[in-house]
Structures are given as C-alpha cells and as structure tokens.
Design a protein around this ligand. Structure first.
Ligand SMILES: CC(C)(COP(=O)(O)OP(=O)(O)OC[C@H]1O[C@@H](n2cnc3c(N)ncnc32)[C@H](O)[C@@H]1OP(=O)(O)O)[C@@H](O)C(=O)NCCC(=O)NCCS
Length: 180
C-alpha cells in the first residue's frame, strides 16, 4: 500500500500553505459559487453548499487519500485565506501528478501569490519523487497560461474544442513540467 500524503504545511516568502479547516469553508463555498473562478478552475456548476463543503473537507484534510494533497493558501502578512492549491491523481509509480490552483480572493491577484504557491507545490512534488507535473488549462485563460509558462511548463497537447462555454467550444491545453 502507498503511504498517505499528509497535508504538511509549507512556507514561502509571502504565503503559507497549510491544511484546510472548518472555519475556511464559507470562503471555499463562495469561491465554488463564483462564475469567473469556476470558469478558470474548470469546476463544474454542481451545487456546492455546506453539506458538500463538509464532505470536501473530510476528503482533503485527513491525508488518507494517497493520490492527492490539497492545501489552503494563506497570506503570511495577515494570515488571510486567499486560495487553494492541490496535486491530484498522484501516481508514484508513473512519477506523475496534476497541479491545480485557485486564488479565490480576486483583490489578491497579480501579486505573485500563485507563482510562489506553484513553486512550493513543485517542491512538494519533488519531495514525493515525482518526475513530471501536468495540468489542464482552458485556452481562454491567458493569466494562468502565462503563470505556468513562466514556471517552466510546456504545452504537451491540446484537447480541441473540449469545453462548452456560452460563447462556443474552447480548447483545453495540457501542460507539463519535468524535473529532469
Ligand atoms: C490564474 C490565477 C491562479 C493567477 O493568480 P495570481 O496570484 O494573480 O498569479 P500571479 O500574480 O502569481 O501571476 C499572474 C501572472 O499572470 C500574468 N498575467 C496577468 N494577467 C494576464 C493576462 N491578461 N494575460 C497574460 N498574462 C497575464 C502576469 O505575468 C502575472 O504576473 P506578473 O504580474 O508578476 O507579471 C488566478 O487568477 C486565479 O485563481 N484565477 C481563477 C482560477 C484559475 O484560473 N486557476 C487556474 C486553473 S488552470
């Protein structure tokens, strides 16, 4: 059996990544209900209320699931919860995982919070001895694509006309970062 991935905290210059707790749930619910965030994060529009949030918290906070690690992004200056980041589909044998990030507090965009969180999560991935981190990003999300390019991700392929948007079907890019 593969050892569980404990949601151990990590600290950067401006952010701290830590396990989620119950008090965080109202913000998580607000993020999950925000159209712009859902669109960027590729979240479904399935209902997400208190009950779903509790279930989600149990799944991400006890570290029992070896295939994912989900962490809260907290601003160090004031301890404010500003987002979430995760590695999912962790496959130790293949040495791969998928990265995800949402900075839910939009007034905190453009301050390098996602960049630093990504760097920390890549460090965690390296500690798990992964060799490749992948992600999926909508082609109409230039802010995220630029973030990933600057961190060293390259496009591996394109799922053409994959996403249904009100304005039509949009491509999804698969990007990857190799450690070696
Ligand atoms: C994408 C997201 C995580 C970025 O968070 P952030 O904290 O603002 O990111 P950073 O400040 O670290 O970096 C953003 C960078 O994007 C770039 N950028 C910003 N707006 C851009 C635009 N319209 N076009 C191209 N690049 C842009 C800039 O290079 C910026 O860095 P800089 O200002 O230091 O030069 C955040 O906007 C978010 O949570 N969006 C909704 C969810 C989402 O899309 N998640 C990604 C799923 S794949």
């Amino acid at each position: 059996m593969t050892a569980a991935v404990r949601p151990r905290a990590m600290r950067g210059e401006q952010v701290r990544l830590r396990a989620f707790r119950r008090e965080d749930l109202p913000r998580v619910i607000a993020w999950r209900r925000d159209d712009e965030l859902r669109r960027g994060a590729l979240w479904s529009d399935a209902p997400f209320g208190a009950r779903e949030a509790q279930r989600w918290l149990r799944a991400v906070s006890n570290g029992a699931d070896a295939s994912r690690v989900t962490l809260a992004v907290e601003r160090r200056a004031d301890g404010r919860l500003v987002g979430l980041t995760n590695l999912t589909r962790i496959d130790r044998r293949a040495g791969t995982a998928y990265f995800g990030i949402v900075i839910g507090e939009k007034d905190c965009w453009g301050q390098g919070i996602a960049s630093e969180s990504l760097r920390l999560m890549l460090r965690r991935a390296a500690a798990l001895r992964l060799r490749k981190v992948l992600l999926e990003v909508a082609a109409d999300n230039p802010r995220a694509i630029e973030l990933y390019r600057r961190a060293g991700f390259q496009t591996e392929g394109v799922l053409r006309r994959q996403l249904a948007r009100p304005e039509g079907f949009v491509d999804v890019m698969v990007m990857a970062f190799f450690f070696a």
